[in-house]
Design a protein. Structure first.
Length: 663
């Protein structure tokens, strides 16, 4: 068996190893994330130009020395009235309504302005304020739409990766459930598998999807935002990053303290509330012993403690929240002060920042908050996903109780007898209850044999061993002298069929439920089998007859109809041994009569073992095997047992007396 570690990292590496990025389409999310980050940077630059356009209003001033460089960069788009040679040394020329010219001139040494300068020279719309604003806004809208489509692509890829992992898990769970389920006498593993299938695989799917999405998008976005902030002002970035990180760490830590305090206070409040409410449940004791004054004093004391405790917790909560707000406001003030000083510096100062640059820098830090939080949440999400995967892996590692032996041989249909030799079986677990204890019995072939037991689990354990749903922990089960542990499961289960229990039909058409999807059976075969067990009439009354959907989103059958449908399914295959578990709670006399006749039909030329729910079934049986404390107490007919066996009379009374349901 595979050893399990409590280390969630180990489980995560098993669930989603690093190589999985390249084995699946997950790697495609990375270039899409890079493109999304670059588009975000371009959106920020467009925003910078819009803010700068509002700030400068398309106005730009040149000295004679700058005019020559500007003409070299922007060419005829400057539209100068006088040449630079005609200007005085101290004279400046101011151009109005020039669109984004001022922004490009101010940032002319930046790498990102070079293609924009070329664009400015070739697109006249950028050379006027109104048209430039329109172009910038349209460009921003297009970039935003493209970035949104990239996000959708990343989300689809990450969802697909999560679905692949979850579907693989579900396939393994389905296969393992088919191996373990039949041997689950208490249906514990069935319910466990259902919970793993419907809940834990969803957690795994969402966890892997979120991991791929956030790593490929938010981590890259965070890096690009930081690079953009550094390019804007390296010195100011270094001055701002540490206060921001410090504030974020302190606020997150305080929030964790708030959540922990709330959990503790809720637990304490529940305890004190239960103490206060205790008197409401003991009014007879209090009034009967005239202890109202003592109880009133006791109640008042605890009520005051409860109120003080609640008020203290609320005060702490308010203080913590104000502390968080204080940290945030203080950090914002410091940042505004640092950036404001840079803005107020003279334009000639090397550390001067324009209003647009401060807005860009603020936006970089503001937009970085969400990716940072999403990446931080991955820690808890990854742990939760690993724990869910660990539960699935533990279930998948279980070894099935029943398996086919190497060299198993074909089993011929039952014709002589069923023999249980010294069979012992206990419920799984360290302190598992012993259901069968060195049980010995020989049941001749043919007729109807009732398995009776005060403990229904003993009877089920016995009959479940015949199709090898369960395996004896010691002893043997033989059919015509052949140990069924050494025959093929296919040949055994072809001649040994079980009808009853809590799973009488599955989601599908009536026809599929009878034939089990086996194409060798025709509709005519299914109808013939249904008619023999009185199922044909109620099937015909369904909305679409044999094509009516049953199950989760289809028609529902009552206990009698479902049982007869199961009998039709079994009789179609003509088994030599039929094991029945009669349903409880059949009130209709007509339904009881049809089941009785169906039993007569299915019992012809075969051996039937049945766990009964009605006295009529017992009276019609050929023999009764009475179990008591894991052993066979006796084997006899109903009449003989009723006349001479006290244990049987006690069992019959407890199971069938008319007052058994009275509380």
């Amino acid at each position: 068996m595979t050893p399990f570690s409590n280390d969630t990292d180990t489980t995560w590496q098993r669930l989603f190893p690093r190589a999985q990025w390249w084995k699946t389409s997950a790697w495609l999310a990375i270039p899409l994330g890079v493109l999304s980050g670059l588009l975000l940077a371009m959106l920020f630059l467009v925003g910078l130009m819009v803010v700068d356009l509002f700030d400068r209003q398309g106005r730009v001033a040149f000295t004679p020395e700058e005019i020559l460089l500007a003409q070299e960069l922007f060419g005829e788009s400057l539209d100068l009235v006088r040449p630079a040679q005609a200007m005085n040394v101290s004279e400046t020329i101011t151009l109005e309504n020039k669109g984004i010219l001022g922004t490009l001139w101010h940032f002319r040494d930046r790498l990102w302005t070079r293609p924009l300068i070329v664009w400015y020279r070739q697109v006249p719309l950028l050379q006027q304020n109104s048209s430039a604003l329109l172009v910038l806004l349209l460009t921003g809208a297009v970039l935003g739409l493209i970035r949104g489509s990239l996000h959708s692509g990343i989300r689809l890829i990450s969802t697909g990766i999560g679905l692949q992992a979850a579907d693989q898990m579900r396939r393994e769970l389905h296969r393992q459930s088919m191996r373990l389920g039949p041997s689950d006498l208490l249906d514990y593993q069935v319910h466990q598998a259902f919970k793993l299938f419907t809940q834990d695989t969803v957690i795994v799917r969402d966890g892997i999807s979120s991991f791929v999405y956030r790593i490929s998008l938010h981590s890259i976005t965070l890096v690009i935002l930081m690079l953009l902030a550094i390019m804007t002002s390296p010195r100011l970035f270094m001055q701002l990053i540490f206060p921001l990180l410090g504030c974020w760490v302190l606020v997150e830590r305080e929030r964790q303290h708030i959540r922990q305090a709330e959990r503790l206070s809720d637990a304490e409040a529940e305890h004190r509330s239960n103490v206060l409410a205790e008197s409401l449940l003991k009014t007879r004791l209090i009034r009967g012993y005239s202890m109202e004054p003592f109880e009133s004093e006791h109640f008042q004391k605890h009520l005051e403690q409860f109120s003080r405790s609640t008020l203290t917790v609320r005060k702490r909560d308010v203080f913590s929240r104000w502390l968080c707000w204080g940290l945030v406001v203080g950090c914002v003030v410091v940042l505004a002060l640092l950036m404001g000083i840079k803005v107020l510096l003279p334009e000639e100062h090397p550390q001067h920042l324009t209003l647009a640059e401060t807005v860009l820098l603020s936006s970089c830090f503001g937009f970085a908050y969400r990716p940072l939080v999403k990446l931080q949440q991955l820690i808890g999400m990854r742990k939760e996903t690993s724990l869910a995967a660990e539960r699935v892996y533990r279930y998948l590692a279980q070894i099935p109780e029943v398996g086919q032996a190497v060299g198993a041989k074909f089993l011929d249909p039952l014709s002589k007898a069923i023999t249980f030799e010294n069979v012992t079986y206990s419920l799984p677990g360290v302190s598992g209850k012993k259901l069968l204890d060195q049980l010995e019995v020989k049941i001749p072939a043919g007729g109807i044999t009732v398995i009776a037991s005060a403990n229904p689990l003993e009877a089920r354990a016995l009959i479940y061993m015949l199709p090898r749903f369960l395996e004896p922990q010691s002893g043997r089960v033989l059919i015509d002298g052949e140990d069924i542990a050494w025959v093929t499961l296919e040949s055994l289960r072809a001649e040994t069929l079980y009808v009853g229990g809590v799973d009488p039909f599955f989601t599908g058409t009536v026809y599929e439920n009878i034939t089990c999807g086996d194409e060798k059976y025709t509709l005519s075969d299914a109808m013939t089998a249904a008619k023999r067990v009185h199922a044909h009439n109620f099937i015909q009354r369904l909305s679409n007859g044999y094509e009516t959907m049953l199950g989760e989103h289809g028609e529902q059958l009552d206990a009698s109809e479902a049982y007869r449908l199961g009998l039709a399914r079994a009789i179609l295959r003509n088994p030599a041994l039929l094991i029945l578990e009669e349903p409880e709670g059949i009130a209709s006399e007509e339904a009881k009569s049809m089941i009785d006749d169906a039993h007569d039909q299915v019992a012809q030329n075969r051996t039937v073992l049945i766990i009964p729910s009605r006295m009529h079934t017992i009276r019609k049986s050929d023999r009764i095997v009475l179990l008591y404390q894991g052993k066979v107490a006796t084997v006899n007919t109903h009449a003989n047992l009723l006349a001479g066996n006290e244990l049987y009379r006690h069992w019959e009374y407890m199971k069938f007396n008319i007052f058994r349901h009275v509380q």
